[in-house]
Design a binder for this molecule. Sequence first.
Ligand code: ADP
Ligand code: TRP
Length: 321
Amino acid sequence: MRTLTGLQPSGRVHVGNYFGAMEPAVQLQEEGEAYYFIADYHAMTSTHDPAELRQNVRDMAIDFLACGLDPEKALFFRQSAVPEVNELAWILSTVCPMGLLDRCHSYKDKVAKGIAASHALFAYPVLMAADILLYDSNVVPVGDDQKQHLEVTRDLVIKINGRFGPETLVMPEPRIREGVAKVPGLDGQKMSKSYNNTLPIFGDEKPLRKTVMRIVTDSTPVEEPKATEGSVILDLYRLMASESDHAAMVADYQSGGMGYGDFKKRLWEAYWEYFAPMREKRAALVADPGYVESVLAAGAAKARETAEATLTRVRKAVGLR
Ligand code: ADP
Ligand code: TRP
């Protein structure tokens, strides 16, 4: 079984990304053959700043390795290190009806957010399908915002295999991370870069501490019991504290007599300790950029072998060779 997933390099990883995407991805590398790549071609649909793109890709590589991606167990590479993906995207786009892409809401959502309506943004799902199909992926873990792109991918497999032979492409199965609850941000909305309410997992101690202290709370007086339901502090604490510490905080909420400042301090301590090993690993990786590059290069070399085999088969089937 081969699992594959792509990660958009878009700035600093936050607690929502960690629990929603990274931690589940790291767990999956135990289950079978895993391919992880940094979707730098896709990132070009929203940034044309070369320095920013380069920096974001580097940060994403370091952050993911720091969070437990093990290059002994998984392939890790840059999307653009296997440019063959563009050839497969072209072949797929020749059988992709306009209507299929017209129906995709992520295009409309992104344009509504102010991203330029380019051909690449429109064709984004075709490149994503090529990412998946180039490596004969069986399982694709994604957040539920990517569900529709997986449906497009499956439709394209039906079209290609129907026209050029049933063995041309491997049909992938989505694995939607529905069990993963949305991690709340500082203001109680879903934590997201677009809402400016994130708690990053890496950074300097002082500003991060301030960020935790900025979590929005209600105005219940110190001596009164506090509502546990919908409390951002408690929801975040549950992710990072032991069960017994979480239970103790719930009890202190209910008994009253303790202010939100104290709860935030406990959250801060749990957060700082939880990510301590990742921080240490990250510092070591930052100090050794050659290692990070060598991991990505080795991953790309292996991925490319798989890609070549798929493309040879596809080129033959469609009549290019
Ligand atoms: P952002 O919303 O900050 O731009 P992305 O859309 O780049 O984050 O998300 C990257 C990954 O992290 C996706 O797989 C997404 O499902 C996951 N993710 C992002 N925010 C959260 C959250 N608040 N809770 C759970 N998962 C999240
Ligand atoms: N579109 C995905 C996202 O925004 C990233 C991505 C690109 C991807 N190619 C992929 C995910 C292939 C899974 C498989 O999160």
